[in-house]
Design a binder for this molecule. Structure first.
Ligand code: NAD
Length: 288
């Protein structure tokens, strides 16, 4: 219940999905939280729900000024900064490498990578002044393998993993730990961003994802924001005091290998196809 008692956290992308689930868990563990996001209405509602324990800060993570102001907001509102969850993000540019433009590339890198680097940068002085802290970056399974997201997104997330390693090396002696989480498929709004998907279509996509999410990985349950929030709590709390520079895949085992490695139906289908080929070959042999 009190694993974050007395701690102050900044959570970016706090108004939806993984960020929201993490704010809820952090608050239940005693933290006070700056909820940073671009969704002002949802942010105001979140702050009202946790009156006094959560303060909303408008922060576009594409803006260096906003990021710096958000770290300062933690000190202004609660007197210190102990935990930063660099989590805000979206799918970014959908282009393949053959279609890529410099503008599209820069957009994804700025949203998903530069934002994390600058978040760390502006948290450092505040964390140093209280003797250290914990920074957690949201990467993705897309940062460890091809095909789990658009290429610019995947490369940015891979870079977030290495940024985590390098920043941990630079900051260890300041008592600042830096770790990353690589979510697999998590049911959030990221697949149906309000601006890009009409409401009716968004509902169809969401219903279909809800029905099928349990079947996307070896662990047969849908990935939920709270699954990531729990990993984030581990990194934020003293439970991980000897852990830095690492990345944790929280993906229900999605990374283990091809579907035939873990899905009995896929294995049975592969066996059936092999048997069909053998039967066809035996028939052709009998005819000659
Ligand atoms: N959902 C998944 O399956 C999944 C998998 C791997 C990684 N991730 C990562 O998790 C993180 C959170 O995504 P989610 O799935 O909770 O999605 P979500 O859409 O539910 O939440 C993302 C939040 O980030 C905010 N945001 C977007 N752009 C922003 C900006 N420029 N400045 C500030 N806030 C901004 C949005 O307003 C929203 O509240 C992202 O970094 C995403 O890449 C998600």
């Amino acid at each position: 219940m009190d694993r974050l008692k007395g701690r102050v956290a900044v959570v970016t992308g706090a108004c939806s999905g993984i960020g929201l689930g993490t704010v809820e868990l952090f608050v239940s563990e005693g933290a006070r939280v700056i909820a940073a996001d671009i969704q002002d209405d949802k942010g105001a509602a979140l702050a009202a729900r946790y009156d006094g324990q959560v303060v909303f800060q408008h922060c576009d993570v594409m803006s260096e000024t906003d990021i710096a102001a958000t770290m300062q907001a933690a000190v202004d509102a609660f007197g210190r900064l102990d935990i930063l969850f660099n989590n805000a993000g979206a799918g970014g540019s959908p282009q393949t490498i053959a279609e890529m433009t410099g503008e599209a590339w820069d957009f994804s890198q700025n949203l998903l990578l530069r934002s994390v680097a600058l978040g760390i940068r502006y948290a450092i002085p505040h964390m140093k002044s209280v003797g250290g802290g914990s920074i957690i970056n949201t990467a993705s399974i897309a940062g460890t393998q091809a095909g789990a997201g658009p290429i610019a997104y995947s490369v940015a997330k891979a870079a977030v993993i290495h940024l985590t390693t390098c920043a941990a090396a630079e900051l260890g002696r300041d008592g600042i730990r830096v770790n990353a989480i690589c979510p697999g498929l998590i049911l959030t709004e990221i697949f149906t961003p309000a601006a890009n998907v009409p409401e009716g279509l968004a509902k169809i996509i969401k219903d279909s994802m809800r029905q099928n999410a349990h079947n996307a990985q070896p662990i047969a349950k849908p990935g939920l924001p709270v699954d990531i929030a729990k990993a984030c709590l581990f990194f934020a709390s003293d439970d991980s005091e000897f852990v830095t520079g690492t990345h944790l895949l929280v993906d229900g085992g999605m990374h283990v290998g091809p579907r035939t490695a873990w899905d009995p139906e896929a294995r049975a289908e592969r066996t059936r196809m092999m048997e069909e080929r053998r039967a066809a070959w035996e028939r052709s042999q009998a005819e000659t």
